[in-house]
Design a protein around this ligand. Structure first.
Ligand code: MG
Length: 256
């Protein structure tokens, strides 16, 4: 039996529907946990997206967000809350040089592969500080248009091949329905969770991680290597039911 001090979660597909705010039910459950425990959320998304999907719904149910840690862009950024105010622990931003290298490589890859769509909705290349995200048809593109652009990933695989060659110091990840995320090499959820352990000083055995992609090639899979106990979930409803069970056992200890 180990004491539980912190529950860590992936966001999309684990505590919410992809790109969607937490529903009221899981917000209330998480609110209950936050009364006396810490919660961390680790995702490839950036801080504004995390605040929209997680923090605002939790504020609606008056949860104690001072017990939350946010790890946007896989933990290359680390935020926590003091009296409800976002506070930065660190942000490992790409340098101006690194960013311009990435922008030039992206332009080249777009031209070489001819993957220029006729219409672009909003920003196509987004600077997220620690990550550059290429959204083929733009950030604000409707999902139905997005999902038909590159369903078998052929276009993005062709771009990735070029980018891998041009940017050997970076990780090129095919993400979402029409995106490519570019970060410094070695930034994944294992990296972020190791940062969490380092900065909170919470022992590994007092943490549980929940993810919907804890399978080989899934973006939660690297967390397994940290030695943190991991729970594979189907969706946010599944997570919610496990959390309720943990709460009903008074949440002090959990069976190994
Ligand atoms: Mg997920």
């Amino acid at each position: 039996m180990s004491k539980i001090s912190l529950l860590a979660f992936d966001m999309d597909g684990t505590i919410s529907v992809s790109k969607t705010p937490l529903d009221e039910e899981i917000s209330k459950t998480l609110g209950e946990i936050l009364q006396n425990r810490k919660i961390a959320v680790i995702t490839g998304a950036d801080l504004p997206q995390l605040e929209k999907q997680v923090i605002i719904p939790l504020q609606k149910v008056k949860a104690n967000i001072d017990n939350i840690i946010l790890l946007p862009t896989c933990g290359s950024q680390f935020f926590y809350y003091v009296n409800g105010k976002t506070t930065k622990m660190y942000s490992e931003d790409l340098s101006v040089d690194e960013k311009s290298k990435i922008f030039i490589a992206l332009e080249y890859a777009i031209n070489q592969t001819g993957s220029k769509p006729e219409k672009i909705y909003g920003e196509q290349i987004e600077d997220r500080g620690t990550q550059v995200t290429f959204s083929a048809i733009g950030q604000d593109c409707p999902v139905d248009v997005k999902s038909t652009w590159d369903p078998d990933m052929t276009k993005r695989k062709a771009m990735k091949k070029i980018l891998d060659e041009l940017l050997p110091d970076f990780d090129i990840k095919i993400a979402g329905l029409s995106s490519i995320d570019i970060t410094r090499k070695g930034i994944d959820k294992k990296y972020g969770m190791m940062k969490l352990l380092e900065h909170t000083k919470i022992p590994t055995e007092e943490i549980i991680f929940f993810g919907d992609k804890l399978v080989p090639d899934g973006n939660d899979y690297p967390v397994i290597e940290t030695g943190i106990r991991c729970i594979l979930v189907q969706d946010h409803r599944h997570t919610n039911s496990i959390l309720k069970e943990i709460i009903s056992k008074r949440f002090e200890y959990i069976k190994d």
